[in-house]
Design a protein around this ligand. Structure first.
Ligand code: FMN
Length: 237
C-alpha cells in the first residue's frame, strides 16, 4: 500500500505511532512521512530523528516531507486529489491541529492534507491525543537536572553515550537517538529519562476531538494499535 503518515507536534503517542509506522514500512508498504514544524522540534526533543531517517531508508520510494520545505499553497496536498495514496494517517494529532481541522482551517501542511484527503476521497485515520477531559499521564523528553549535575570528567553517561549527545549539564538533542543507555547510570541521579507527568485535558480540546467523527472521510481511533486494524480493513475493500 502507499501510505501517507503525517505527524504533528505531540509527545503523547509519538513513540507508539513511530513504532507502528516502522512496522508498516518493514512490511513493504511505501511510506511518505510528513511533519509539521512543531513535529520536527518535538521529534528532535524526544530523540527520534534517527528513527525517522531509518524508516525512510527502508525503501527508495519512501520520503520525508517537512512543512518548512513546502510552499504556502501546499503542492503536496494538492496531489492527494489525484489519489496518489491508499490511506492517510495523522498520528499523533495535536489539540492545535484537531481544532483547526474541525473548523475547516487548512493553513499548515498537515491540516491542508486533512482537507485535501476529503476532496480526493482518500480514507483518513486520525489519532488525536486529547480525548476525554481530565488528567492524563504522558512522558516528557529526557533532560539533565542542573541542581544535581556535578560536571566532572568521569561522568558515566557522557562516556557511555554512543552518540556523544551528553555534554553535562546539557543533552545535545540533535545527537540523542533515545536509546536510553543513559537511564539510571548517573551517580547523582541528575539524568532524567522517561519521566512521567500529569497533564489536564481541557473540555474544549476533548469536544474538538469528538467533532472529528462528524467530518466525512475521517476515521478517529483512540489507541495507536487500532490504526493497523483500520488499514487492514481499507486494504480488503
Ligand atoms: C516536548 C513537547 C511535547 C508536546 N506534546 C504535545 C502533546 O502531547 N499534545 C499537544 O496537543 N501538544 C503538544 N505539544 C505542543 C504542540 O507542539 C504545539 O501546540 C504546536 O503548536 C502544535 O503544532 P502542530 O499542530 O502544527 O503540530 C508539545 C510541545 C512540546 C515542546
Amino acid at each position: 500500500m502507499k501510505i501517507l503518515w503525517a505527524i504533528t507536534g505531540a509527545g503523547h503517542f509519538l513513540a507508539e505511532s513511530l513504532s507502528i509506522l516502522e512496522n508498516l514500512a518493514l512490511d513493504d508498504n511505501i511510506v511518505t512521512i510528513t511533519t509539521s514544524k512543531a513535529a520536527d522540534e518535538v521529534i528532535q526533543l524526544y530523540g527520534f530523528n534517527e528513527k525517522i531517517e531509518n524508516i525512510v531508508s527502508l525503501n527508495y520510494e519512501n520520503k520525508h516531507i517537512k512543512d518548512e520545505d513546502q510552499e504556502f499553497s501546499y503542492p503536496l496536498s494538492g496531489k492527494l486529489t489525484h489519489q496518489k495514496y491508499d490511506v492517510i494517517i495523522i498520528a499523533p494529532l495535536t489539540a492545535n491541529s484537531t481544532a483547526k481541522i474541525v473548523h475547516g482551517i487548512a493553513d499548515t501542511l498537515i491540516t491542508n492534507i486533512a482537507a485535501q484527503s476529503g476532496k480526493g476521497q482518500i480514507p483518513l485515520i486520525v489519532l488525536p491525543v486529547d480525548q476525554t477531559p481530565g488528567l492524563i499521564t504522558t512522558t516528557i523528553p529526557p533532560y539533565i537536572r542542573k541542581d544535581r549535575c556535578v560536571v566532572h570528567e568521569n561522568c558515566i553517561p557522557m562516556r557511555l553515550c554512543p552518540n556523544d549527545a551528553i555534554n553535562p549539564p546539557y543533552i545535545d538533542k540533535s545527537k540523542c537517538v533515545s536509546c536510553h543507555i543513559c537511564k539510571d547510570i548517573c551517580i547523582n541521579d541528575a539524568l532524567v529519562v522517561d519521566e512521567k507527568i500529569e497533564l489536564y485535558i481541557r473540555k474544549i480540546d476533548a469536544q474538538n476531538t469528538q467533532k472529528l467523527s462528524t467530518i466525512e472521510n475521517i476515521k478517529t481511533v483512540y489507541q495507536p494499535d487500532k490504526i493497523v486494524e483500520y488499514i487492514k480493513k481499507i486494504e480488503k475493500e
